[in-house]
Write a protein that binds this ligand. Structure first.
Ligand code: MTE
Ligand code: MO
Length: 545
């Protein structure tokens, strides 16, 4: 027999992985089955030591920033998703290679069994990794397992079938019949082209079916809305006297532009018809007692509160994009807890999310601050899916890592424990650090004031609920001069500042620093994001013509 080599095995494995990915996608869109490449990636990541994860994320952010690859949050998510998909492709390539190597050793042509075995060997561990992940699954676990293993068996059988098609029995005729060899080569080439065509066709059809099914899916939060016009009369600071310097970021972020950071490669899709917020206390190590169950209608019936709130990520570099401001609406945790009979000895609440994320918040913090809230609306619409639909918590003064989205369950504890990122070596408290940023030196917008020529400089500053009391600008390492503060949207929003700088042609360095509401200057020594949030002064170099 003339047997195909291992390069062909790699090629066949790679080809077969494409329709496999497409079918996983269809299964997810149509029946809510897990999309294995992403689930397996998540599980592997959850088992990876925190130091390694932090290192990888740091590298990823610095590569994205230094190569100018676009928004850090969306680009990082894309890279992670690609890693999940490439991992699956690599597994199938290796499966193809190993399969061809093993089969080349066989004396006789084999049907069925080896292909099926290969499917089980690859599929079962991946099904296990998918099912032991902490994300909430949208489909029945047993059915999901059958689906996953079934697809791997099917595609592995595809590898087996291709192996057999590529194998030739040598004719009993004299082996020096050159034409036969050429016929074989042509036949192999044709077969591979056809195999490529067939896999491409299944992949494309799968992608189309999947995306069509996905569109008819659940209706959840909005992802629309434009940034607010700074002169919009409905804004709480509409009559502020200080105007934004041209080029300053929008004071209210469009909901669709809000940064996004989370551990899931795809945001969990939660169905409001079945979702309930469960309050529990654990009775034994394996059983929870339900204390209360609240539907979204129950939560919306409670007195609501709303406010423009700035939220930032602890991984945000100085002047980075992982910070946004929108109108948050929800119910104070103090109101919610009136509906829950917590055990006397409760000191902390453990919040767990549909993606497996978790964090605690102390009762002391809740009782001391009515603005610890369970939020359901952003910008007047239900939360976007990617930003935590249907429910997330807001805890003033802490970075986003302390504030779970997609909340499913809240457990009463009589002790504290470390949340997802704290376990992975980030700061336990994650208090917001004061930060100030130059958004613009508006060299194209020179203002003439009498015989003076001024260039507007501006940006934002933020110190959580501590507020900002003063902003200072320094040009070319000169004296620090106070800038104007625009009246802010709320006591939890960033503040916009502006400084009209005396025109002076040439190259200049602009730097900014802020003081929080208690009059304390921001930390000006540079520190990286990990483990407690970045510090340091933001400066920009600008040439004025
Ligand atoms: N369930 C869940 N909640 C989460 C996270 C997560 O990964 N899963 N990430 C946290 C982090 S690190 C941040 S910065 C904020 C980001 O919220 P956003 O994506 O809506 O901006 O969500 C927080 N809540
Ligand atoms: Mo974050």
């Amino acid at each position: 027999m003339k047997k195909p080599g291992i390069l062909l095995g790699a090629l066949v494995g790679g080809l077969v992985s494409l329709p496999l990915l497409a079918l996983f996608y269809v299964g997810q869109q149509v029946a809510g089955f897990p999309f294995v490449p992403f689930n397996v990636f998540n599980t592997v990541r959850d088992f990876t030591p925190g130091g390694v994860i932090t290192f990888v994320i740091d590298q990823m952010i610095s590569v994205i920033t230094s190569l100018n690859l676009g928004r850090v949050d969306t680009t990082a998510k894309l890279i992670e998703q690609s890693m999940g998909i490439l991992m699956t492709l690599a597994i199938m390539v290796i499966a193809g290679v190993v399969f061809f190597i093993v089969m080349r050793r066989q004396q006789h042509r084999q049907e069925w069994i080896p292909g099926m075995l290969l499917g089980l060997i690859v599929g079962i561990p991946l099904a296990v990794l998918t099912l032991i992940g902490k994300q909430v699954l949208n489909a029945d676990p047993a059915a999901s397992a059958v689906w996953i293993v079934g697809l791997f068996v099917l595609s592995s059988y595809g590898i087996h079938w291709a192996y057999n098609r590529l194998t030739y029995a040598l004719t009993s005729a004299a082996p020096d019949t050159a034409p036969d060899v050429r016929v074989e080569q042509i036949d192999r080439r044709q077969f591979l082209i056809r195999l490529g065509g067939a896999t491409a066709a299944i992949t494309v059809v799968g992608a189309l079916v999947g995306s069509m099914a996905g569109e008819g899916g659940m209706t959840t939060g909005a992802l629309g809305g434009n940034e607010a016009d700074p002169s919009d009369p409905s804004l709480p600071n509409a009559d502020a006297s200080v105007q934004l310097a041209p080029g300053t970021r929008p004071e209210v972020t469009a909901v669709a532009d809000h940064y996004r950071i989370d551990i899931s490669l795809q945001p969990p899709e939660i169905d409001l018809n079945t979702w309930k917020l469960r309050f529990v206390v654990s009775e034994t190590s394996y059983r929870d007692k339900t204390l209360a169950e609240l539907t979204m209608d129950d939560l919306r019936a409670l007195p609501s509160i709303e406010k423009y709130i700035t939220q930032g990520c602890i991984s945000n570099p100085i002047a980075g994009g992982l910070i946004s401001t929108v109108l948050w609406k929800g119910v104070s945790m103090q109101e919610v807890l009136k509906k829950v009979d917590l055990p006397e000895n409760t000191t902390h609440l453990l919040i767990t999310s549909a993606d497996g994320f978790y964090e605690t918040v102390s009762l002391e913090e809740i009782n001391g601050n009515p603005w610890v809230m369970l939020a359901y609306d952003w910008g007047g619409e239900p939360l976007p899916v990617r930003n935590g639909f249907p429910l997330r918590i807001h805890i003033p003064d802490h970075y986003g890592m302390k504030q779970p989205k997609w909340i499913m369950k809240i457990e009463a504890l009589d002790y504290d424990l470390d949340g997802y990122w704290v376990e992975r070596t980030w700061d336990k408290q994650a208090f917001v650090r004061a930060t100030s940023v130059i958004d613009t030196v508006a060299t194209e917008n020179v203002i003439t004031d009498g015989d003076q020529k001024l260039i507007p400089v501006g940006g934002i500053a933020w110190a959580g609920a501590r507020g900002i009391s003063k902003i200072e600008v320094s040009v070319d390492d000169g004296d620090w001069t106070e800038a104007e503060l625009r009246e802010r949207l709320s006591d939890e929003s960033w503040v916009i500042w502006r400084y009209n700088w005396q025109f002076d042609a040439g190259s200049h360095k602009f730097a900014v620093r802020c003081y929080d509401g208690m009059g304390k200057m921001q930390v000006t020594d540079p520190a990286p994001e990990h483990p407690s949030g970045a510090t340091g002064i933001h400066s920009v170099d600008v040439t004025v013509a």
